[in-house]
Design a protein around this ligand. Sequence first.
Ligand code: GLA
Length: 360
Amino acid sequence: MTGFTAKAPARANIIGEHTDYAANQGHVLPTPLPFHTWAAVAERAGAAGQLSISSESFGNQPYDRRADDEPRGHWTDYVIGCVRVFSKKTKLPALEIKIKSDVPIGCGISSSAALCVAVIRALKGLTGADPGDAQIALMAHEAEHDFVGVPCGKMDQFAASLGRPGQALLLNTKTLTTRHYPLAANTAIMLVNCGRKHDLAKGGGYKQRVAECTEARRLLGVGTLCELGTMDLDRLSALPDLTARRARHVITENLRVLEFVAALEAGDLERQADLLAASHASQRDDFEVSIPEIDALVESSKRFGIRGARIVGGGFGGAIIALVPREQAVAWWSFVAKENPKSQLISTYALKNDENEYAA
Ligand code: GLA
């Protein structure tokens, strides 16, 4: 067994936010970004289960941990979770694991799924085991959800494991079926961080939304909220106002994903913009996961003339995503940056097209 290195990308979700919880099981439409986490794994001397984990991105200090350690609120927990899940099926020796990443943290582009998928891919390479991409995504989800204890859905891990550069991945989080769609070549995906971080592992707000959706499902007596469609929206009036609004976001957002895919196939940019705007309004008013700094970015985008902009990721901070015609991308960002001096541009296909892999 020699060493093995693997990488996995961050993701932006184009549309389908908060639809992937276990209580909801709707559709999502993420795409991988040109930011990556690399994991290098190698056998080292010592008893099975002994791990030495370090990261160039976090000061290079090696952490001696064990595969049977409990999580302690440290980034190495994610790595331990992956080792633990992987070793259920494949025996692992003592390991040295080195991590390197250029994924910005806390912006809602899923640095944690990139880390977990990279580690599992590297373990697969090291051992010659044969989990497929969907299996890798499920293992990464188990590590993050069950071991680290983040109450997340499965979107991020599937995006990191199955996503293809320049393509949107339609994932049905109930059946786990996927389909790839090419993104519009003349549209830049602009991601702008508002300056306030979000942290799902600590985030009470996200956890609360998961609980609220579970309660809505219970009160409605359905298997999942995304079984419901437009014709069922009347049923929400029987619920307490807050629960009804949470459920309305999930049901309408799920339908917006499918409409967005149709608009993508038809090349209908106006419809795509309308759907992103509706997604933001629904997350701001019904699901209440936006914050004033994010709303300000979306309003700036509208003032510039781009209404296809919305909050992206887990919410309560992080970033917006906007779909901007390529030739307007630079002017759009100058305008938004001037109105929001604390914001930072995270990634854009338009400005990173030197990376062949990601040039649309
Ligand atoms: C986070 C979670 C995902 C998903 C999004 C919101 O990124 O990890 O599973 O719920 O928030 O759409």
